[in-house]
Write a protein that binds this ligand. Structure first.
Ligand SMILES: [Zn+2]
Length: 380
């Protein structure tokens, strides 16, 4: 049986766009951007706003889970929106903060149990075609923020969540003095087989003296941000680990993606281990609260489009880029965060830098993570 969604698509557009990859279709069909934005607005208007207690009563709490308030603004109220599911029976709930719009999994995973998600078997699929596609994605993103990654000689780089070392391999090729850290012991072992000068470590940054001493010129978070259960603590730590003039690169799924608006719970960004979903707005909040001076974004049009290998005709590529730009709705978000004014002066040329604090004011007060944690857990 044909779904209502597909039937509507056929009625509206005939079969002209049916052969196109699903990740491009939504961006190029005429008028679809406006329809999806209206649909999103309607979805949010319709969704109930509940107190954390009311919400908690409707959900079962797993053994490694906890209920959260919004980590970005402290709002305890919840707007249930999505229920992603996947193979082997995983299922979770995604809520929206009615105050700041942050999307997050609730219940979420207890930070002390995060290792359970990555303890074994996680490195299995990070090979073959996946590896080639990942490295292409890294190169395209480095290009988007050139010249930060052009020459690494004499600069220290930390890849946080370094997996099997696919990015560290590129970083050492470009001359960086690079190291990585990851929670999966299998991945770290594979990474160190792949690498020559760079080195990957198992654990957290404080557990590795080489990393804990800080002074990094670049920190990279490749598809890691959505996995962090305590992003404020982590970003505070990244800020401390950066040298003066340092930058933090972030690639993550985009909570403002037009594809999320179109596909809802079946969106590709709702993967098994993702915990929080950022837009350019909520990422700015996170960076501001952890003492960064500025941020620049590079819209993501899709790897095959940017690499020039997409089979999409030119006029449609143009339409796709325009839809991404106009909606801030690319499926991934790419950002370069600047530790301080020196970093903006050194690397901000040619980028649109959003300042995160007024010139002349002292850095934002670091959040008191202890307080935040207490208030963000549901009273039981
Ligand atoms: Zn919020």
């Amino acid at each position: 049986m044909i779904s209502a969604r597909r039937l509507l698509g056929r009625l509206a557009y005939g079969s002209r766009y049916n052969d196109m990859p699903w990740g491009q279709r939504v961006y190029v069909r005429p008028g679809e951007r406006f329809i999806r934005q209206a649909q999103w607005w309607w979805r949010i208007r319709r969704a109930p706003v509940m107190s954390l207690e009311e919400y908690g009563a409707t959900r079962e709490l797993g053994e490694i889970e906890e209920f959260l308030s919004c980590m970005m603004c402290g709002e305890p109220r919840q707007q249930p929106l999505f229920e992603p599911t996947g193979g082997k029976g995983w299922r979770y709930h995604v809520v929206r903060c009615p105050s700041c719009g942050f999307l997050y999994r609730n219940p979420n995973v207890l930070p002390e149990r995060l290792g359970d998600l990555y303890s074994s078997g996680y490195s299995g699929f990070l090979t073959g075609a996946y590896a080639a596609n990942r490295q292409r994605r890294y190169k395209l993103t480095m290009e988007a923020f050139a010249p930060v990654f052009d020459h690494g000689e004499g600069r220290r780089l930390l890849d946080f969540g370094s997996g099997v070392g696919l990015f560290l391999e590129l970083a050492e090729q470009r001359g960086f003095d690079a190291c990585g850290v990851d929670l999966s012991p299998d991945s770290v072992a594979q990474a160190n087989e792949r690498l020559t000068r760079a080195r990957a470590y198992h654990g957290t940054p404080e557990e590795v003296p080489e990393i804990a001493r800080g002074g990094f010129d670049v920190i990279t978070l490749w598809s890691v941000l959505a996995h962090l259960p305590r992003p404020l603590d982590d970003f505070q730590r990244f800020r401390d680990l950066l040298a003066p003039g340092g930058v933090l690169l972030i690639l993550t799924v985009n909570a403002r993606s037009l594809l999320l608006k179109a596909y809802g719970s079946t969106w590709s960004g709702f993967t098994k281990n993702h915990l929080m979903f950022y837009s350019s707005d909520t990422l700015r909040t996170l960076l501001r609260r952890t003492g960064f001076a500025g941020v620049a974004y590079a819209p993501h049009y899709g790897d095959t489009i940017e690499a020039g290998t997409a089979r999409l005709p030119g006029p449609l590529q143009w339409r796709l880029r325009r839809a991404v730009d106009a909606s801030d709705g690319g499926n991934m978000m790419r950002a370069l965060a600047f530790a301080d004014e020196t970093a903006i002066a050194r690397w901000g040329d040619g980028l649109t830098v959003h300042r995160l604090r007024e010139a002349g004011l002292p850095p934002a007060t670091p959040p008191d993570s202890g307080d935040l944690r207490d208030s963000s857990e549901m009273a039981t």
